[in-house]
Design a protein around this ligand. Structure first.
Ligand code: APR
Length: 242
């Protein structure tokens, strides 16, 4: 039985819901220049372009639904503690809201959220569903200083203290659909493993940090993760399936 399960998700878990991943032949970073739309410098150069980019992504979420992998994690979060005690914590690099739509209570959005906005003037972050622009006013301080609530390259991810605490205490760490290219998330497995956790990755193929894990389960998350969650909920453990 695991006392503390921590799951890290990346773009791969939402791929089967029709949201493009970042790094693949048809990935988002093949179509857009990272430095233009995912850095603060890019935002300062052309705020209108960056607002428009995230507005389009936010709008595109409207017809997206969680897939069996998101639903399996929500089920694990709810049922594992009831059945076996302990805790299940979900950290996501994703800025979509599919974990919430699947029923996850409080996923930790380390890279921010499309459905949230950040005021550069007063620092407020609040739920936001509309399009934003350079003339949108902050609901708190009324300054026209809103920016997408997204952690861009070179910025510090959210909730790092809480995440570090979870990683050092967990005994099962599962990474789902993440390429292991972007730090600090790519280093989470290494920390959890040093602290004694069993670490398993779920991906279509080996990630950049595959050797940090005890083993990997390769295939579509909608199949592999659902199977793993069923096993966890049945036996309280995960058998080596490599
Ligand atoms: N099931 C499991 N894994 C999948 C699936 C699937 N159906 N489809 C794709 N994958 C895997 C890919 O093999 C790849 O390793 O998901 C991973 C997606 O990798 P990236 O596109 O690099 O996404 P991610 O790791 O989440 O990116 C990290 O980079 O651009 C930044 O801030 C952005 O949060 C993002 C961060």
């Amino acid at each position: 039985m695991y006392k503390s399960i921590v799951i890290l998700t990346g773009a791969g878990i939402s791929a089967e819901s029709g949201i493009p991943v970042f790094r693949s032949e048809t990935g988002l970073w093949e179509q857009e220049k990272v430095e233009e739309v995912a850095t603060y410098e890019g935002f300062m150069r052309d705020k209108t372009k960056v607002h428009a980019f995230y507005n389009k992504m936010r709008t595109s979420l409207k017809d997206k639904k969680p897939n069996p992998a998101h639903l399996a994690l929500a089920k694990l979060e709810k049922e594992y503690p009831q059945k076996f005690g302990g805790s299940v914590s979900l950290i996501t690099q994703n800025i979509d809201n599919l974990h919430e739509m699947a029923g996850s209570e409080a996923p930790i959005h380390m890279h921010g959220e499309l459905m949230s906005i950040l005021c550069e003037h007063c620092g407020a972050r609040y739920s936001y569903q509309e399009d934003s622009s350079v003339v949108s006013e902050c609901a708190m301080c009324h300054h026209k200083a809103l920016r997408p609530d997204i952690v861009w390259f070179g910025e510090m991810p959210y909730h790092m203290d809480e995440i570090q605490d979870l990683l050092v205490k967990c005994d099962l760490f599962m990474a789902v659909g993440t390429s292991g290219v972007v730090y600090p998330a790519a280093g989470f497995c290494s920390l959890a493993r040093q602290c004694g956790a069993t670490c398993v990755e779920f991906n279509l193929e080996k990630s950049q940090v595959a050797s940090d894990f005890n083993y990997g389960i390769y295939g579509k998350a909608s199949v592999t993760l659902v199977k793993a969650v069923d096993e966890l909920l049945e036996k309280g453990t995960l058998s080596h399936q490599a």
